[in-house]
Design a protein around this ligand. Structure first.
Ligand code: NAD
Length: 478
């Protein structure tokens, strides 16, 4: 498995303009294991110029031709699925079994977007003024500058690459500085499928490479999956450059509401997936559990038993169920949240295994947390979930909505009316009933409030990457 250290700009593999490289750590050992180009502002400018040159021809290709390129790429990803899973597992610290699932989703998303883009529609055409025909078109915007995070590196990159390219835009993508290798491998697989300049990958930090990309005057839209703080930086960059369109998928603090009639075994199973899958580094992680007092002790007992069974081990071992977190700093940040929760004196901290090497950290339940506690209010982005007891239906809805985040929520009950009424009242972009976490490319993903603007996945994502144009024809003169 060879890891690319160069960037992909204008159809070529290039080093940073000043030759700089950064070491990349392997989270399982905590040691550097590879290097990647530390791109510069000049590299970003070169990539944007290449994307700008490629745009006129690419934007005029037929949707079917662009879709075919995506379908071919999906086939190549499928063939290279095991290799990509190994790259992702080692680079992001996730069990290879999870990385395999993600690569399957990458294939699915490329195929979905290839199909969906062939039937984009303008919603009306006709003679709204006598003698004048109106037509609605959906046109590409131009060069898109996208910034991806480290938690699902290739899947998040796919959510940006596929809708942007298939609608006729050209793209410059910056993967996270911690996890560049799967996106670089994807570019290798895609290299001969797209004309030079259509897809460009630049690597480097957010503060220089990312910041230049999102403030570049020739970039017409920036899309980000990342933190609220970075979302804010993109808004400033847009305001200060060219008012580019923004598509922001930001943080989350997903509540899980467990009612007295819930199937507790099911709730335990779904919370385990939702809170500890990907080591809790998921913007939709089940990170605050609100459970009715009548079933509180059963739920806590079930969760603690399952947490103790989580197997933190070698990423390539099929029995490993939880991997590492991304960096030493992130591990220390997560453990800081747990220690501050412990210091409140009113919670019980129940933890599972911690191998104590690399960037592993123990899966943790914080039982007895109060709505005002930091652990209930701040996004931890790690394998930690709080548990808070409730007695009253209105209280719990109020607590669930009492947050600046609004990405996802879930409700566990057998009462259909209660579930549907809660789904109406919960101010989140996704609400699951008796489930937590599953997604599908046909359905939108995106936040209310500070969890972001715009939708990833689904037809709505395709619409985000196009401009609506009204063409009016004087048919009496034509
Ligand atoms: P981050 O915001 O630190 O970094 C995301 C990307 O932005 C990285 O590539 C980084 O280099 C870049 N970046 C940082 N500062 C920048 C700047 N000033 N200008 C341009 N680019 C810049 O986020 P992260 O730590 O990689 O990911 C964790 C965050 O992402 C969490 O808050 C999580 O909730 C969120 N997230 C959201 C979703 C979603 O779909 N809503 C999905 C995954 C992760």
């Amino acid at each position: 498995m060879t890891l690319r250290s160069e960037m992909f700009i204008d159809g070529e593999w290039v080093a940073a303009s000043n030759g700089a490289v950064d070491p990349v750590n392997e989270p399982a050992t905590g040691q550097p294991y590879a290097e990647v180009a530390h791109g510069t502002v000049e590299d970003v400018d070169r990539a944007v110029a290449a994307a700008e040159r490629a745009f006129p021809a690419w934007s005029k290709t037929a949707p079917g031709e662009r879709a075919l390129a995506l379908l071919r790429l999906a086939d190549r990803v499928e063939e290279a699925q095991e290799e990509l899973a190994q790259i992702e597992s080692q680079n992001a610290g996730k069990p290879v079994s999870l990385a395999r699932e993600e690569m399957g989703m990458v294939v699915e998303h490329f195929r979905y977007f290839a199909g969906a883009a062939r039937s984009l529609e303008g919603r009306a055409a006709g003679e709204f003024v006598p003698g004048k025909m109106s037509i609605i078109r959906r046109d590409p915007l131009g060069v898109i500058g996208s910034v991806a995070p480290w938690n699902y590196p290739l899947l998040m990159a796919t959510w940006k690459i596929a809708p942007a390219l298939v609608t006729g835009n050209t793209l410059v993508l910056k993967p996270s500085e911690h996890t560049p290798f799967s996106a670089l491998r994807l570019a290798e697989l895609a290299a001969d499928l797209f004309p030079a300049g259509v897809l460009n990958i630049v690597t480097g930090d957010g503060e220089d490479v990312g910041a230049r990309l999102v403030s570049h005057p020739d970039v017409r839209m920036s899309s980000l999956t990342g933190s609220v703080e970075t979302g804010r930086a993109l808004m400033h960059a847009s305001a200060d450059s060219n008012l580019k369109r923004l598509h922001l998928e930001l943080g989350g603090k997903a509540p899980v509401l467990i009612y007295p009639d819930a199937n507790i075994d099911l709730a335990v199973e779904k919370i385990m997936e939702g809170a500890f899958g990907n080591s809790g580094q998921d913007c939709m992680a089940a990170s605050r559990i609100y459970v009715h007092e009548s079933v509180h002790d059963d739920l806590v007992a079930g969760l603690y038993k399952s947490v103790q069974k989580l197997n933190l081990g070698p990423l390539n071992d099929e029995n490993t169920t939880m991997g590492t977190v991304i960096t030493a700093e992130h591990r220390d940040r997560i453990e800081g949240f747990v220690e501050r929760a412990r210091a409140t004196g009113h919670v019980d901290i129940l933890q599972g295994d911690n191998p104590g090497v690399g960037f592993y950290t123990a899966p943790t339940l914080v039982v007895g947390a109060l709505q005002s506690d930091e652990i209930v209010r701040q996004e931890v982005f790690g394998p930690v979930t709080s548990i808070t007891k409730f007695t009253d239906h209105d209280d719990v809805l109020g607590w669930a909505n009492d947050t600046e985040y609004g990405l996802a929520a879930s409700v566990f009950t057998k009462d259909v009316a209660r579930a549907l009424s809660a789904s109406t009242d919960l101010q989140f972009g996704t609400v699951w009933i008796n489930d937590h976490l599953p997604i599908t490319p046909e359905m939108p993903h995106g936040g209310f409030k500070q969890s972001g603007n715009g939708k990833d996945m689904s037809i709505y994502a395709l619409e985000e990457y196009t401009e609506i144009k009204h063409v009016m024809v004087n048919i009496e003169e034509s």
